[in-house]
Ligand binder design. Structure first.
Ligand code: ZN
Length: 159
């Protein structure tokens, strides 16, 4: 969670400043509309749409990795704005694919529940969008499609 928060801090700062300004405005003027808009358009998507799903995504990779006995060490590596889960040890192609699938699919599952229950359909898209990480342009997608052909040199990322 901390790693994810540190990746998206400019957005969080922007969100915090605007939400704070809207709250101040509400206290001074009694007008709650800007505060409600800041929550709906900024604070809620930033927290529930970005931070939470990415933390969930990363955690799912780590949870699956922990169940593989030949993975000896799991590190979080931060490069720029991305965080990657970097396992050490060996994995079969099937295990690599499973680890890669776990992150995006757990988010898609939550998104599907949010959508199907009509709990929050706008929010559900932030979770469903994680399916895109299975495209080969992303680390997870590459690990899924090509993982069986290589050893543990490239890792599923959690960005
Ligand atoms: Zn991932």
């Amino acid at each position: 969670m901390g790693a994810v928060a540190s990746q998206v801090w400019p957005l969080l700062l922007f969100t915090g400043v605007l939400t704070g300004a809207a709250l101040l405005w509400m206290i001074r003027s009694g007008d709650a509309v800007p505060a409600a808009m800041a929550w709906m358009l900024l604070a809620k998507p930033a927290l529930l749409g970005l931070l939470v799903p990415f933390a969930l995504h990363e955690s799912a990779h780590v949870l699956v990795l922990r169940r593989i006995p030949t993975v000896t060490h799991i590190a979080l590596e931060r490069t720029g704005w991305r965080t990657s889960v970097v396992p050490a040890g060996t994995m079969t192609g099937r295990q690599t694919a499973l680890v890669a699938l776990a992150g995006p699919l757990v988010c898609v599952a939550v998104g599907a529940v949010l959508w199907l229950t009509s709990f929050d359909r706008a929010l559900s898209w932030w979770y469903l969008a994680h399916l895109a990480f299975l495209l080969p342009v992303f680390g997870d997608g590459r690990a899924l499609w090509f993982g069986s052909r290589q050893r543990l040199t490239h890792t599923p990322d959690a960005s």
